[in-house]
Design a protein around this ligand. Structure first.
Ligand code: GZL
Length: 327
């Protein structure tokens, strides 16, 4: 009998359970061998995040032997903490946390530990004692940033002046911390690179459009050589704002680089408006499920399971290639 399933079954069948932000579960099958997994997801702020959620839902399906409780936190850490506490109350077998930011998890992770529920961190990292979670499944964000800056340093070699605008992701998220660290190191290495502005685009198209539009209006459309966006959706919003102010993005104009490599991002790159996209794999469901299978089998885990990444430029892309991409 899986821990927690009887209570979950009782609450669901009597209609007493309602987990806000979580689609009402159909009454579970009688199969008490289902592994009950509570997933706390950041939100739906980007194409990457939507693909990540779909990957988690596909991996933790009933056909695969799981009962999934999925909660979307709408970009609020307090909603993630609430979700984790509900999962503890329900006695789920595992908790998968995709943390919006690195700080603020120690207390609720301790509650999960005290309840004997293993926690797996996916995507971004948490700044908490490693004893409080099993492992992290996700990308190396600093390495992603270094791939981008290596390409940029080669592209701008010999250029007397490079004016840079930096559109950051959600402040304090590991993706923002790593990708920012790489750019800031490159700015330190290259005396001819000048940072005109560093603004929070929060990984969304709308916020990035807003902050770039405000910057251009307030600074009378200055010369810009490079815009470093910390995800695809920020690049979409940034380019929209730049083009509205008459800038050309791509070859011969503003170099825009970004991260994720979703289909939309790759299409904007194929069209030449984005000059470089660094891949960040959102399909974390299968890898996370493999970690749970290892835990079920009593196998030792690595402290981290990193996903691979690669870079794309317009020359690398075709519609056929993009169409067969899984996200
Ligand atoms: C990266 C992930 C980031 C993506 C954004 O692993 O945390 O969050 O780069 C998403 O698109 O919003």
């Amino acid at each position: 009998m899986r821990r927690g399933l009887p209570l979950l079954l009782a609450l669901l069948l009597t209609g007493l359970l309602w987990v806000p932000g979580c689609r009402r579960q159909d009454p579970p099958t009688e199969d008490e061998d289902l592994i009950v997994v509570g997933v706390s997801q950041v939100g739906a702020e980007s194409d990457w995040r939507v693909a990540c959620s779909e990957s988690m839902k596909a991996a933790f399906s009933e056909e695969n032997g799981y009962r999934l409780l999925f909660e979307d936190a709408q970009q609020k850490q307090e909603n993630q903490i609430l979700a984790i506490r509900k999962f503890i109350q329900l006695g789920v077998d595992y908790i998968v946390l995709l943390p919006i930011v690195e700080e603020g998890w120690e207390s609720v992770l301790l509650e999960a530990e005290e309840a004997g529920i293993p926690v797996i961190v996916a995507d971004r990292a948490v700044d908490a004692s490693p004893e409080l979670y099993e492992t992290r499944v996700g990308s190396d964000f600093l390495a992603e940033g270094e791939m981008a800056t290596a390409w940029l340093e080669e592209k701008f070699a010999g250029r007397s002046q490079v004016s840079v605008i930096h559109i950051q992701g959600t402040p304090g998220s590991t993706a923002q911390v790593g990708r920012t660290a790489a750019l800031e190191a490159a700015l330190d290495r290259n005396w001819n690179w000048t940072l005109l502005a560093q603004m929070d685009g929060d990984f969304t198209q709308a916020k990035s459009y807003e902050v770039m539009t405000n910057f251009l209006a307030e600074n009378h459309s200055p010369p810009i050589d490079l815009v470093y966006c910390e995800n695809d959706n920020e690049a979409f919003g940034t380019i929209q704002a730049l083009e509205e102010y008459g800038y050309v993005c791509g070859a011969g104009g503003v170099t825009v680089v970004c991260f994720d490599a979703t289909r939309n991002g790759l299409r904007w790159c194929m069209d030449g408006r984005i000059s470089l996209v660094v891949e960040c794999d959102p399909l974390l469901g299968p890898l996370t499920a493999q970690v749970i299978e290892k835990l079920e089998a009593g196998e030792a885990l690595k402290t981290e399971y990193s996903t691979a990444q690669r870079c794309f430029t317009p020359q690398d892309l075709s519609e056929d290639f993009i169409a067969q991409r899984p996200y």
